[in-house]
Ligand binder design. Structure first.
Ligand code: SF4
Ligand code: SF4
Length: 167
């Protein structure tokens, strides 16, 4: 069997999917803390997207700045659920979850309460490192300071899978 993964048709589908993600949220790269340090932006460049052919939804989404060190801007969230998984599976705090259904889905902290009021949050910063966009960010950080150290997460995942601490 021959499997092709880089045909022009597939590339066109990939570009279309990225355009749909951009038009679904409010991704204004020029004023984002993660500008030039964003996986979504990198993928858009990789698939050759220079604009979206779909109408922007301009959804009304808020921000939560109640945590002392971090903030979440739902406008930039692409619902990848990395924050949910890293906080649950690596940190064991399970602060995040996905609320609602369909196009109304959004990331919730605790029991849909302000992040700063969720007392299981250890302020470890793993969700900040895992977030591919600028949705979860460190307060007061410049774009350069937003550079994430993914090797820290990789180390933790590998150590956990290899039972490094429990042997
Ligand atoms: S800072 Fe750590 S404990 Fe708090 S929400 Fe993020 S991953 Fe979870
Ligand atoms: S990691 Fe970031 S983009 Fe992904 S679901 Fe969480 S807040 Fe949204």
């Amino acid at each position: 069997m021959e499997i092709e993964t880089q045909t022009p048709k597939l590339q066109e589908y990939r570009r279309m999917l990225v355009e749909l993600i951009f038009s679904e949220g409010n991704h204004v790269c020029a004023v984002c803390v993660a500008n030039e340090n964003c996986e979504l932006q990198n993928i858009a460049i990789e698939v050759g997207m220079d604009h979206s052919r779909f109408a922007y939804r301009f959804p009304e989404r808020g921000m939560d700045l109640s945590h002392k060190q971090f903030g979440i801007d739902h406008n930039r969230c692409i619902l990848c659920t990395r924050c949910v998984r890293v906080c649950d599976e690596i940190e064991g705090a399970h602060v995040w979850d996905v609320g609602s259904r369909g196009a109304d889905c959004f990331i919730v902290s605790g029991l849909n309460q302000p992040w700063g009021e969720v007392d299981t949050c250890t302020s470890c910063g793993k969700c900040v490192d895992a977030c591919p966009t600028g949705a979860i960010f460190r307060k007061g950080a410049t774009v350069a300071e937003m550079k994430r150290d993914r090797s820290k997460l990789e180390f933790l995942v590998n150590a956990r899978e290899n039972k490094q601490w429990t042997r």
